[in-house]
Write a protein that binds this ligand. Structure first.
Ligand code: NAD
Ligand code: DAU
Length: 352
């Protein structure tokens, strides 16, 4: 079996569902159920005994030791993190706790467990650390996309905490020989993404007739990857990645934010027209995010050439599916959006 951390969050839940769609290998899913973790993301697995959910914190070393000894996984896939840049600006301490201390505690538990394995079990064990392209910093308009060799230049408390976790993972390989794999991925989108992130935020606010807050001039560029493609990339790295190496995963879809927002508005105009006119009327330019990275772009040739992975969705197919999913999943949105989320919106965007 495999142990997944953070499997009740956006990417983790998509990964667990995809994994069990394509394999009978059981999953132990350890998640603290912070505001971003939601068991509704896993509702389809409720009666599936291949999925064992454990509510717990990756900083809890005795719990980690107990789970590893009891379940004896052949791999750990580490998704658990505080993941929202704006929250890291308002309150960085949870990011250091989970992303740095939590990864440290998981690495130490994995090391103790792995050192007790023998033969094939020890040789084939893997620790896959899911990280981000944000660790590489910000690109100028003419700069080449991030390759795996790019120096780390994190600029936000979030990306600094993820960079720190990547360095710990690297060191646990070089010093102790722990068979680690690290992936650095671009912006994901798709079903089950918490509505604080750009794409679901714009969809849900547009449907509610609320202003669509675009930071700065709207010309910051991100590379967008459909979450199902990310999950396939992770499976490829787990199956064929070389321990100690890192793999960039990207969608070859660089787009300025304002173009994303216009695309969402146009899809909503088509699929759920508003009697007040185009949803684009709601677009509102607001103050920029402090330290806002201008451009991210991923060079994903290594994973393609070495492991044969390429994304299958174009942005056009992926965003259409995503908007349709949110339109069909309004109950899910209502249930994940708690009072605490509404307070976050007020502190981030003011009273609209
Ligand atoms: P998310 O915020 O949606 O989910 C994070 C999950 O981790 C939640 O279920 C939460 O309950 C859990 N968690 C948080 N702290 C925990 C702790 N201390 N112990 C146990 N569980 C805890 O995040 P996501 O968007 O699914 O991202 C998953 C991973 O992928 C993160 O490591 C993130 O840095 C990385 N990543 C995300 C993106 C993206 O676009 N979303 C892109 C690249 C990399
Ligand atoms: O690049 C990978 C990263 O992508 C992941 O590591 C992070 O976990 C994930 O949150 C994401 O970070 P971003 O900061 O790029 O994502 P976010 O959705 O917050 O913002 C995307 C862009 O949209 C960014 O340039 C900021 C802008 N934005 C965002 C919000 C929430 C707005 O203009 N308005 C908004 O209200």
């Amino acid at each position: 079996m495999i142990l997944v951390t953070g499997g009740a969050g956006f990417i983790g839940a998509n990964f667990v569902r995809d994994w069990l769609d394509g394999s009978d290998e059981p999953v132990i899913n350890l998640d603290a159920l912070t505001y971003a973790g939601n068991l509704e993301n896993l509702a389809a697995l409720k009666a599936d005994d291949r999925h064992v959910f454990v509510q717990g914190n990756i900083c809890d070393r005795p719990l980690l030791d107990e789970l590893l000894v009891r379940h004896r996984p052949r791999a750990i896939l580490h998704f658990a993190a505080e993941s929202h840049v704006d929250r890291s600006i308002q309150g960085p301490s949870a990011f250091v706790r989970t992303n740095v201390e939590g990864t440290f505690s998981l690495l130490e538990a994995a090391r103790a467990y792995w050192q007790g394995l023998e033969g094939d079990a020890r040789r084939s064990f893997r620790f896959l650390h899911v990280s981000t392209d944000e660790v590489y910093g910000s690109l100028g308009p003419q700069d080449p996309p991030f390759a795996e060799t790019k120096a780390y230049e994190p600029n936000s408390p979030y990306s600094a905490s993820k960079a720190a976790s990547d360095h710990l993972v690297r060191a646990w390989h070089h010093t102790y020989g722990l068979p680690v794999l690290t992936t650095n991925c671009s912006n994901n989108y798709g079903p089950f993404q918490f509505p604080e992130k750009l794409i679901p935020l714009m969809i849900t606010r547009a449907l509610a007739g609320e202003p669509l807050p675009v930071y700065g001039d709207g010309m910051n560029v991100r590379d967008w990857l459909y979450v199902g493609d990310h999950c396939a990339g992770l499976r490829a790295v787990l199956a064929g990645g070389v321990p100690g190496e890192t793999y960039n995963i990207g969608g070859w879809n660089e787009k300025p934010n304002i173009e994303i927002v216009h695309t969402i508005c146009a899809l909503l105009d088509e699929l759920r027209p508003s009697s007040d006119g185009s949803h684009a009327r709601l677009i509102t330019y607001v103050s920029d995010r402090p330290g806002h990275d201008r451009r991210y772009a991923i060079d994903a040739r290594k994973i393609e050439h070495r492991l044969g992975w390429r994304p299958t969705e174009t942005f056009e197919t992926g965003i259409r599916k995503t908007v349709a999913w949110y339109l069909d999943s309004q109950d899910w949105v209502k249930n994940v959006v708690s009072g605490a989320y509404r307070q976050w919106c007020t502190s981030q965007y003011g009273n609209d």
